[in-house]
Every structure is written in structure tokens, then in C-alpha cells.
Design a protein around this ligand. Structure first.
Ligand code: DQA
Length: 146
């Protein structure tokens, strides 16, 4: 059994959190979210590898690498949620439990945000809880992994 580690993936534009449309995404920075995830996971006995990229292939490579040394994946794919069959395929391929997180409630936003390719391969989806969504996702995955 691999080490008790989770992969945290954040997709395009999420590096701008804190200054990007704070009325939608809030004032919390990505660094603060990553630290919170590390703290919550640590309390549950898990370490975290955090990856953010604006490039689809980099995210796919990180997902592939998780197969070897992670036990679950928390992912906010950003706009790739709505466009990327390739990220959904990568998540399927590695056969790890996936928790999909969105800071905003995508279902009350533009119609193009209502469909997610990732949801079909995720065990749980949480949208609209802000940064707390990441905490819920970690607790959910850690609980299921024992
Ligand atoms: C998002 C929602 C997406 O529609 C958007 O493209 C993002 C962020 C969210 O966290 O609410 O970049 O995933």
C-alpha cells in the first residue's frame, strides 16, 4: 500500500485566487487554500502534494504520477472541468478516488459551466462552499480511505 498521501490539483487561473473576481471566488489565496488542505489532511494522517498549472498536459502528468504514490485526488479543474475529456480520462486511468471541488456554485452561473466531464469519474462533487469545499473533500477522501 502506498504512503498516506493525497494529490491536490488546481487548474487554470486558480493561481490568481485572492485577486481574481473576488465577488465570485472570494479573497482566499491559493497558497492559503493549499496550506489549509495540508493542515486538515495532516490532522487525518495524510500528506499532500499540491499542484497548480494553467496547462492541461501538466495537470494530466501530475494525475498520472499520483498512481504511484497517492491514495486519492482532490481536484478543482477550473475551466477544464467543462472542456477536458483528457483530464477526465486521466482521472479514470489512475483508478484513485476523486473529489471534485468548485469554489463557486457553477450551477447557478452560465449554462456552459453546468456540465462537468470530471463529475462522471468523481466520487463526490462539491460546488459553492468556497474554500471549505476543499476541507470537506479531504475529510471525505480520508474517511473513505481509513
Ligand atoms: C471553478 C468554476 C469554473 O467554471 C471556472 O472556470 C473556474 C473555477 C470554481 O472553482 O468555481 O476557473 O472551478
Amino acid at each position: 500500500m502506498t504512503e498516506r498521501r493525497l494529490l491536490l490539483v488546481n487548474g487554470p487561473n486558480l493561481n490568481l485566487l485572492g485577486t481574481r473576481q473576488p465577488e465570485i471566488y472570494g479573497a482566499t489565496t491559493l497558497a492559503q487554500i493549499e496550506q489549509m488542505v495540508v493542515d486538515v489532511a495532516g490532522g487525518l494522517g495524510f500528506s499532500v502534494r499540491a499542484v497548480q498549472s494553467n496547462h492541461e498536459g501538466v495537470l494530466i502528468d501530475a494525475i498520472h504520477a499520483a498512481r504511484d504514490d497517492c491514495r486519492g485526488i482532490v481536484i478543482n479543474p477550473g475551466a477544464f472541468t467543462h472542456t477536458s475529456v483528457a483530464i477526465a480520462d486521466a482521472l479514470s486511468a489512475v483508478e484513485l478516488p476523486v473529489a471534485e471541488v468548485h469554489l463557486s456554485n457553477v450551477h447557478r452561473r452560465e449554462p456552459f459551466r453546468h456540465h462537468s466531464y470530471v463529475s462522471a469519474v468523481a466520487e463526490m462533487v462539491i460546488a459553492g462552499a468556497g474554500p471549505l469545499g476543499y476541507e470537506y473533500a479531504v475529510r471525505y477522501l480520508a474517511g473513505g480511505l481509513g
